[in-house]
Design a protein around this ligand. Structure first.
Ligand SMILES: [Fe+2]
Length: 315
């Protein structure tokens, strides 16, 4: 999913990116926080920038447009700006593709009068193509209460690990209106997550009416004030039968899950602490497209696939 820049785009450093000076080079590192069912985390990326790359990176401060970056470099190095325009654009596009930069003003999302942010059309095309590959299971979504003992354990897990949360790379699906805070933080404890995935498997099998394999557990994500999550379709290989859990929240206004049913009709479902919504993650458009008004909202996500699920066999 790559969105190209243009010369009015304002590149901004992605959350979770660190930089180190190694001799004359600059090394960037970034952790992808997606956790797989085997407990490993996703790609940890690193990239070494040479002198000219570092010069561009240092000017990607979330304030300057590509045009302004090229202008400044042309002045500093007495270089031809038209050549620098191309170099800056191709280098910034590469950093976006690698996840080190995001575009700020070049990707301003549309917003409805209701306050709902609309998923950028480039993303929608990507989701629609994925959805076409997934056979509908005809399940839709439904809300249930968690076992109180499990809920208590989840709350304790959250409280005991507040200091372990880190800012999250969310492939730009989670944004914020409040520039003073990062959109979301996450904590991944592989053993704990696997345990939750195992405990919730029977409930998902009962709801879906079929035997399932454990596919993924995201860990705990805590959304911050002003956050919103673009409506999206989940990963088609793993997020087929899914559950989204509210562990705890402190909200000033309701912050419902937006979810479309199998016929495309929109619904808003408030998920209170101790509640869980089963849904077909890879089929139903869902998100939290309104900015959150509150202190925090802590969620956990579990995902399963039908036995023998092989996308290559699906229509
Ligand atoms: Fe999702």
């Amino acid at each position: 999913m790559q969105i190209d820049s243009n010369n009015t785009s304002v590149p901004s450093r992605s959350s979770g990116v660190r930089q180190f000076e190694v001799g004359e080079d600059l090394v960037l590192t970034s952790d992808s926080m997606a956790e797989r069912v085997d407990g490993t985390t996703g790609d940890r990326r690193a990239m070494t920038l040479n002198f000219s790359g570092s010069a561009i990176w240092r000017l990607c401060d979330g304030q300057r447009s590509l045009e302004e970056i090229a202008e400044q470099l042309a002045g500093e190095f007495s270089a031809d700006k038209s050549v620098l325009d191309d170099q800056v654009k191709s280098f910034v596009d590469r950093l976006i593709a690698e996840g080190f930069l995001t575009l700020k003003d070049g990707l301003l999302p549309d917003r409805l009068a209701s306050g709902m942010y609309l998923t950028p059309p480039e993303y929608l095309n990507f989701f629609e193509n994925n959805r076409k590959r997934v056979r509908p299971l005809g399940l839709g979504f439904s809300k249930v209460r968690l076992d109180p003992e499990l809920h208590e354990r989840l709350r304790n897990h959250l409280a005991a690990n507040v200091h372990n949360f880190r800012s999250e790379d969310t492939e730009r699906l989670v944004r914020t209106e409040d520039s003073r805070v990062i959109p979301s933080v996450v904590y991944l404890d592989a053993a704990f997550n696997r345990q939750v995935l195992t405990e919730l498997q029977p409930a998902h099998e009962e709801w879906s009416g079929m035997p399932l394999n454990q596919a993924a557990c995201f860990g705990v994500r805590v959304y911050q004030n002003g956050s919103y999550l673009f409506n999206h379709i989940d990963h088609s290989r793993t997020h087929v039968v899914s559950g989204t859990i509210c562990i705890d929240s402190k909200l000033r206004r309701p912050w419902p899950l937006y979810i479309e049913d199998q016929d495309g009709n929109p619904h808003e479902v408030s998920i209170e602490p101790g509640e869980m919504v089963f849904f077909e993650g890879a089929r139903l458009m869902h998100g939290r497209p309104y900015p959150m008004d509150g202190d925090y909202y802590a969620s956990m996500f579990v995902h399963y696939t039908p036995i023998g699920w092989d996308l290559d066999d699906e229509a």
